[in-house]
Design a protein around this ligand. Structure first.
Ligand code: FES
Length: 102
């Protein structure tokens, strides 16, 4: 079960376990990580799961994720990601994500 670190908007570090196969948005909302809402249920429409990749490796965003980051998310950066589109695997152990401000 990979442990993912989220940096909440006030700077608090939250280490959250993610179940293999679930999205990081699901792991974050289960743990009540501040600033991660998941309003659309994980269909890459709302960008309320927007984070910045701080450290760790992820595959490049798919077309739907990239489009929502471009047209829906606020305060985007090159390292912007939608956590609902990232599936937890053991390879993500130690990943660090910063919750994007809204
Ligand atoms: S939960 Fe809506 S875009 Fe990720």
């Amino acid at each position: 079960m990979p442990m993912i670190t989220f940096v909440e908007p006030d700077g608090t570090l939250r280490e959250v376990p993610a179940l293999a196969g679930e999205s990081l948005m699901a792991a974050a909302t289960r743990a009540n990580v501040a600033g991660i809402i998941g309003e659309c249920g994980g269909s890459a429409m709302c960008a309320t799961c927007h984070c910045y990749l701080v450290s760790g490796d992820l595959p490049a965003p798919g077309p739907l994720e990239a489009e929502t980051i471009e047209f829906v998310a606020q305060n985007t950066r090159p390292e912007s990601r939608l956590t609902c589109q990232i599936t937890a695997t053991e390879a993500l152990e130690g990943l660090v994500l910063q919750v994007a401000p809204r």
